[in-house]
Design a protein around this ligand. Structure first.
Ligand SMILES: CC(C)(COP(=O)(O)OP(=O)(O)OC[C@H]1O[C@@H](n2cnc3c(N)ncnc32)[C@H](O)[C@@H]1OP(=O)(O)O)[C@@H](O)C(=O)NCCC(=O)NCCS
Length: 191
């Protein structure tokens, strides 16, 4: 079957699960997720804190996802993924990926972005915890970072709930951000 966007994962009918938590699944993105991503990136509550322009439509979302996939590898070990309710619809995006090339740093970051309809349930914190487990377990990292705009209180609150501390600042995608981190031994002793 011909696909206009063949670089997407899961086009062979298999959508890989990256990790699961009590209520949530982190999974590969597929091209049929673009309608949700358009809705997500049309929300001022989401685009505002991310300093991004509202999405212009599904083609932009397909292009964006293709770009991320090509920037950050095969998107199975590290990448940007869909966050869904277990056996349910997408509610946002999460990531575990190298800070480069967007930031001049050798580390790996965790990140979260939820549709406002799903805020206030602890989903970002639960997903973040699953990503940190993935980072320090199967991916064998010893430290993970988060890159958060200083005024993004909700995102700082998520990082704080995970036990991350501010360690400095980082130019990321051309803007100054707070750089937070947690180390594997710190994470293990806090569980
Ligand atoms: C950052 C973002 C993901 C945080 O979402 P969130 O819903 O505030 O975070 P959580 O999922 O951890 O939920 C925490 C809230 O749920 C409540 N909650 C309910 N059940 C909970 C549970 N089991 N565990 C933790 N919190 C729970 C908390 O009390 C808290 O409520 P509050 O909003 O009244 O403080 C969201 O604001 C967002 O997508 N923002 C736009 C994109 C963005 O800025 N991304 C980050 C870029 S660095």
């Amino acid at each position: 079957m011909h696909h206009p966007h063949p670089v997407f994962a899961g086009e062979n009918g298999v959508v890989s699960t990256i990790t699961t938590t009590t209520r949530l699944e982190v999974r590969q993105l597929v091209s049929s997720d673009a309608a949700f991503l358009f809705d997500l990136h049309s929300q001022p509550a989401v685009t505002g804190p991310l300093a991004m322009q509202p999405s212009t439509g599904i083609p932009e979302e397909l292009q964006r996802t293709e770009r991320f996939t090509s920037l950050f590898g095969d998107a199975l070990d590290f990448g940007i993924w869909g966050l869904a309710l277990l056996d349910g619809p997408l509610i946002g995006l999460v990531l575990l990926k190298p800070l480069r090339p967007l930031g001049d740093h050798d580390g790996f970051e965790v990140g979260w972005r939820l549709h406002p309809d799903s805020w206030g349930n602890g989903y970002a914190t639960e997903a973040g915890s699953g990503l940190v487990e993935l980072a320090f377990g199967p991916r064998r990292l010893t430290e993970v970072f988060a890159v958060i705009e200083p005024s993004n209180d909700r995102s700082h609150a998520v990082a704080h709930r995970l036990g991350m501390d501010k360690i400095g600042t980082l130019e990321y995608a051309g803007m100054s951000h707070d750089l937070l981190s947690i180390q594997a031994d710190q994470w293990r002793s806090s569980r």
